[in-house]
Design a binder for this molecule. Sequence first.
Ligand code: SF4
Length: 330
Amino acid sequence: MSITIGIPRSLYYYKFYPLWNTFFEELGAKVVVSDHTSKYILDQGVKSCVDEACLPVKIFHGHVLNLKDRVDCLFIPRFTSISKNEYICPKFGGLPDVVRNTLSGLPAVIDTEVNLRKSGKNALLAAYDAGKHFCADKRHIRKAFDKAVMCYRQYKKQLMDGKLPGDIFDKKAPKSKAHGAKPLNIAVIGHEYNLYDRYVNMNLLQKLKSSVANIITVDMLSEELINEKTRQLPKRMFWNFGRRAVGAALHLLERKDIDGVIFIMSFGCGVDSFVCDLVERRIRRESMIPFLVLTIDEHSGEAGMDTRLEAFIDMIRWRCSCENNLPAYG
Ligand code: SF4
């Protein structure tokens, strides 16, 4: 009988699930993903996690609890870096230890370290480390890894083409937009786990789509384009998320078709607090593009979020039609 491995539908699930799923399935494992985030999962996470943690980490705990009794092992990689010469938030590095020391009755945890700071080749070493729990043959692990990387590249291409992870994973066709008002181009910047988890962001992307807005996310921009823009900064960014968010913002500033930018921020997130500030300063200083920050935590109410979103969209539409009939970008 095959080993069942649990993958929490949280944090880097939205970035790497196609890669992990293919890799483990190729090694003969059965992959089980936790349920979609719900009030119950959130409450369980909040109850079990330390108060100081950010919302995404609390939700991650809820997903682990959702999985723990139905799998043989859990996959909680220890991420240090996912790109050369860059780091990610240190909370990812300590995540397996935090989870182990907070939650009881867990199955085995596979906590492979992923550290690509020095070289992208370290991804293969991480694959050997994770794969050894399922297969002793290194050649077979290598083959599974190559196939997983192929799926990952296809996934990234689908994101660049404008698809959302939820639609790709659930194999759903994207909903068509209502006809009528002229579509607005709204860029949404934020961590994948805030952007693509519909419960966390209270279905923000779908709401934007139904307000007749085309959504532009950082995943829809090429890495080359982002890097070209971040090279203009006086100092190199060493946070992966920071580089991508600021590079995307600099690109959006130069486009003539962006009607508004929304930044989704987690309350209590150190990385977001300065990345959002940098993005906001550049946008406010160098453009007339309306900018909205939505901060989410476990107390965020949907009514408050909807009101702000509707006011933002109404303001952009009003501006387009009444303020000398100029578009938001000047
Ligand atoms: S980057 Fe921010 S939101 Fe993400 S895990 Fe770290 S503190 Fe939490």
